[in-house]
Write a protein that binds this ligand. Structure first.
Ligand code: UD1
Ligand code: MG
Length: 404
């Protein structure tokens, strides 16, 4: 009834008010706390600027903490009714909530460890897997539904539904690994990490609001509880990270964001839709594969190269001898060259200069040198267009694959 609807939406309004406070607190906190980071040797140099001043790094830990504190204070709110009237307390919902927070909290710690210790690549893959274990455990206890509905065109082979069994858990663990790292490797220019995360979060929020009127409204309400404070704290960070950056977000922020999206997707059971909002990140990942798996040499930093004279960014490059490539390396480079996806220069001795394989560099190849804020804006516009595309795929087109 209307009365019940109103009652169940009160926690959301409380959450919104708390988010506004969290935004204010973060904006207040960052400028005051940032010098402490430089003192603690947590700083980076902006590689796309003329001066090389120390910019505090890993400020994502500040927004992450404010986000978690907001969530901790919020915990009792959705359950007050049950607490006061002492009637059937929804223990499983409560456990979902706590496990989600535990996973995010764990990821914040591991992300910060990465910023402080500069971990190796294999650890970057391991950390999110570990952080998602509590969540998977709770999923097992609370839902343990590993059955998926098969898309219509494939039903003649697999039937109507398919039990993925343990592989569903592997998929969920990999989702956490993908979400966290995919944001981290589409990075390196001012405002991009936070900007893309904000667009993904807003897309998830819009999706949740639409679905609030559907049968799964509870799961989507749960997601909104997390996404609103996340957006609020990240927006505050965006203010300081936009060109010219006063602070860097660090891997802490990338991990925190990816984990938050994975968590709400898993608990809200809309992980496929969450992935749809990652289209640019998926493209960037696929394009990066030859370098990520070391089929082609991969320098420590792949961010665009700054040209001081014109104050613009140019594609950064990697160099290698063609004869050093393995079969897979040769094959992938051949495909990329045929599709005109890379800028490939080869001299008579087989010494190759090729752009680093990131979406950022790809844009620069196609457009020519750009100023940093313009490049970030283009990438963020691509992110927005992809989100619109995701909604088209999710709503009108989904009827081709599923009965919706
Ligand atoms: C990832 C990328 C790397 C990219 C880096 C940039 C892969 C495999 N790794 O590495 O190619 O160069 O992110 O973040 O794709 N920085 C700027 N301007 C910015 C943001 C960052 O100059 O707007 C520089 C700063 O020196 C900062 C450093 O990048 O200290 C942070 O890099 P870090 O996050 O440690 O790199 P990774 O995530 O390991
Ligand atoms: Mg990083």
């Amino acid at each position: 009834t209307q009365d019940e609807m109103l009652k169940s939406s009160i926690p959301m309004y409380v959450n919104a008010v708390m988010s506004v406070c969290a935004f204010g607190l973060t904006v207040h906190l960052i400028p005051r706390i940032k010098s402490m980071f430089v003192q603690a040797n947590l700083y980076g140099v902006d590689m796309s600027k003329r001066c090389s001043e120390k910019i505090p790094e890993a400020i994502g830990v500040v927004t992450g903490c404010v986000f978690l504190i907001t969530m901790f204070l919020f915990i009792p709110i959705p359950f007050t009714d049950c607490l006061f009237r002492n009637i059937n307390f929804p223990h499983n919902e409560f456990v979902d909530f706590l496990a989600a927070l535990l996973s995010i909290c764990c990821m914040l710690l591991l992300g910060f460890a990465d910023d402080v210790l500069d971990l190796r690549w294999r650890h970057k893959l391991l950390l999110p897997t570990i952080a998602s274990l509590p969540l998977l455990m709770v999923y097992y206890v609370n839902f343990n539904s590993t059955i998926i509905i098969v898309p219509k065109p494939l039903r003649s082979w697999f039937g109507f539904s398919l039990d993925l069994w343990i592989f569903y858990y592997v998929y969920m663990g990999m989702l956490a690994v993908f979400c966290t790292n995919a944001i981290n490797i589409l990075a390196g220019i001012n405002g991009l990490e936070v900007g893309q995360s904000l667009i993904i979060a807003t897309s998830i929020l819009i999706f949740n609001i639409i679905e609030l009127f559907g049968s799964q409204w509870k799961a989507h309400q749960f997601s909104i509880y997390f996404i609103l404070p996340y957006i609020a704290t990240s927006l505050a960070l965006f203010k300081f990270n936009w060109y010219p950056s006063q602070v860097f977000v660090g891997d802490t922020f990338c991990y925190l964001s990816g984990m938050t999206f994975a968590v709400v997707g898993i608990i809200g059971r809309f992980s496929k839709t969450t992935l749809l909002f990652f289209i640019p990140q998926i493209i960037n990942f696929l394009y990066s594969i030859p370098q990520l798996f070391h089929l082609v040499s991969c320098p420590r930093h792949r961010l665009p190269k700054y040209n001081e004279k014109i104050d613009k960014l140019e594609p950064s490059r990697t160099v290698f001898y063609k004869s050093d490539l393995g079969t897979l390396g040769k094959l992938s480079m051949w495909i990329f060259r045929k599709c005109k996806l890379i800028k490939w220069e080869e001299d008579s001795e087989g010494f190759v200069t090729c752009n680093n394989l990131t979406l950022i560099n790809f844009i620069l190849i196609k457009t020519g040198p750009l100023r940093e804020p313009k490049l970030t804006s283009i990438l963020l516009i691509i992110q927005i267009i992809s989100s619109i595309l995701a909604f088209v795929i999710r709503y009108p087109l989904a009827s081709i694959f599923y009965d919706v």
